[in-house]
Design a binder for this molecule. Structure first.
Ligand SMILES: C[S@@+](CC[C@H](N)C(=O)[O-])C[C@H]1O[C@@H](n2cnc3c(N)ncnc32)[C@H](O)[C@@H]1O
Length: 270
């Protein structure tokens, strides 16, 4: 299936989101510029020491997380298909004197522009839902890892994507399983600024069940070290959610615990 028309629409929205996100409280660009890390405690602890390691960050947005890993001693390369995000990341790297290589590319075209193998491939918070083909995704991760290299992801749990945010209480409104066709969204606000008035309101996203994520990694020669699930997530996906002190969001009145976020650490077979 050719997904170019969906990528084009998503790219327009992502380009528009760069300035909105960079000005938002959620991204706290000022804090990052003044030396704070944009990384959250879970990935810092679960990925561990990156000093002296080469790190490829997939879907790096405008580079704050990528450069935060660089501040911890990694040699970083960030890839994103948004030209706006990549220029912003390059500017940040230059102004803050934090070395980083930023590449503008759809992740499915990455092998045309990058042939390097890395110690670490990292991706986080809002990535998989933008990707139609999870099998190809796992293969390109594996291709860019050295034998023994580490893949780490932290992202929204596929279970969380079935929730219809417009219905209270908690109601299922979307497929859990991958059905091939993307889901169409029409949203004027942005996740980091719900009051933003976006021109590019359309986007297309894909659902991938946890089994597809895990199996695609296993089939691409990655050995899973752990899969963790969390009952909270990184942005508000339902009106019943409230922000916690650590920046994550959780349900308040909904009385059951359900998986909202996951992390996986895996090693490329030696
Ligand atoms: C939510 S952001 C990534 C999260 C990142 N941790 C952040 O918030 O800074 C999603 C990123 O995926 C990028 N993206 C979406 N589809 C892509 C694709 N097919 N290839 C490369 N980048 C893509 C967008 O441009 C955006 O920068």
């Amino acid at each position: 299936m050719n997904n170019d028309k969906f990528f084009d629409i998503n790219l327009k929205r992502w380009n528009e989101l760069v300035d909105i996100n960079a000005k938002s409280q959620m991204y706290d660009l000022e804090g990052f510029i003044s030396g704070q890390t944009s990384l959250l405690p879970i990935e810092l602890e679960e990925l561990g020491d990156v000093k002296g390691k080469s790190l490829l960050h997939l879907q790096c947005h405008f580079g704050m997380d990528t450069l935060s890993w660089a501040r911890l001693g990694a040699r970083v390369t960030g890839v994103d298909f948004s030209d706006k995000a990549i220029s912003f990341a390059r500017e940040l790297s230059y102004k803050l004197k934090i070395p980083g290589n930023f590449i503008e590319s759809n992740i499915y075209d990455i092998q045309n522009v990058l042939d390097e193998k890395f110690d670490i491939v990292f991706t986080s918070y809002g990535t998989i839902c933008w990707l139609p083909d999870i099998v190809e995704w796992a293969k390109l991760i594996s291709y860019h890892l050295k034998p023994g290299g580490i893949f780490y992801i932290i992202d929204g749990h596929p279970f969380g994507f079935i929730i219809d945010e417009k219905q209270e209480p908690f109601k299922v409104g979307f497929n859990y399983f991958f059905e091939g066709e993307p889901v169409y969204f029409d949203e004027g606000g942005a996740y980091a600024d719900p009051m933003a008035d976006l021109k590019n309101q359309a986007s297309y996203q894909w659902d991938h069940p946890m089994s597809d994520i895990i199996n695609s990694l296993i089939n691409a020669d990655l050995e899973i070290e752990f899969l963790h699930e969390f009952p909270y997530t990184f942005f508000s996906i339902h009106p019943d959610m409230k922000e916690r002190k650590d920046g994550y969001w959780e349900f308040t009145n909904f009385k059951f615990t359900v998986p909202m976020m996951f992390s996986i650490r895996a090693q490329k077979k030696i």
